[in-house]
Ligand binder design. Structure first.
Ligand code: MLT
Length: 267
């Protein structure tokens, strides 16, 4: 998998690993990285099929795993890529789909996760209706061989305020979506549809954590963030006013501050 070094920092401290949301790639983190206080090394993988990374099927072949799309496989691929870079411990933070992968890492590679950042995400599984919507999008993008069926997310990802107030952000998100391929979108939707409830993983996670959510997030709302923070033993909860699901870009300052605080706590 392609892992981008967004910043080179202190070599003797665990790096901050940032996992992107759907259907985007590592570039969604650049606004946060630009504002991040302190000097952590920042690594940002492109998840399977997105950005410069090989497809989920190719990743499965490399890892010798089974064929079905799964976020477990994405987590194993992130862990393997970090190990290849000599990283045995990292502060891992993910937004939405990236958060699902971060929770899979906490379950499957607990020694790797020195701190856990959960941004606009949720620990629960999909209900049947949400699962069906994902599978329909997966079939549609593959049948059309275009990503148009995912373009509605350019506004759905934003809060009601910024859908109107930030046309620049709508355009950037649309550009990021258009840069992804239909196979990546289909694979990720099928992987997310199959993900389990990971609330129990959070209950047994003993390291420091931060949960961040925009108060206008309609996809992973404040109640989902409170549920995760309640399950974690050492969590800080940060609610970002006037932002939707893309706090990383709608309001990057508090996200950068929250992640810097997590890095400090993870020592
Ligand atoms: C994301 O931002 O990664 C998506 O909204 C995740 C999802 O569809 O559950």
């Amino acid at each position: 998998m392609q892992v981008h070094t967004l910043r080179k920092g202190a070599p003797d401290r665990p790096p901050l690993v940032l996992l992107h949301g759907f259907p985007l790639d590592h570039r969604m983190w650049l606004d946060v990285t630009d504002l991040l206080p302190g000097d952590p090394t920042v690594l940002a993988p492109d998840l399977p099929g997105f950005g410069g990374s090989p497809t989920g099927d190719d990743v499965a072949t490399t890892l010798g795993s089974g064929g079905d799309p799964s976020l477990d496989l994405a987590a194993d691929a992130v862990a393997a890529s970090l190990r290849n870079l000599g990283v045995e411990r990292a502060v891992v933070a993910g937004l939405s789909m990236g958060g699902y992968v971060a929770m899979a890492l906490a379950e499957r590679h607990p020694r790797l996760v020195a701190g856990l950042g959960l941004v606009d995400t949720k620990s629960t599984a999909d209900d049947d209706a949400a699962r069906d919507r994902r599978l329909v999008m997966a079939e549609t993008v593959l049948a059309e061989m275009r990503v148009d069926a995912a373009l509605g997310m350019r506004t759905a990802l934003l809060g009601t305020t910024n859908r109107i107030a930030r046309p620049d952000l709508v355009d950037r998100i649309e550009g990021w979506i258009r840069d992804q391929g239909p196979a990546a979108i289909a694979w990720a939707q099928r992987a997310m549809a199959a993900r389990p409830d990971r609330t129990e993983v959070l209950r047994s996670y003993g390291g420091p954590s931060v949960v961040v959510v925009g108060d206008e997030d309609e996809l992973a709302p404040v109640a989902a963030a409170e549920h995760m923070a309640g399950a974690l033993s050492d969590a800080e909860l940060v609610v970002v006013p006037g932002a939707g699901h893309m706090t990383s870009n709608e309001s990057p300052e508090p996200v950068a501050a929250a992640l810097a605080g997590l890095v400090r706590r993870a020592g």
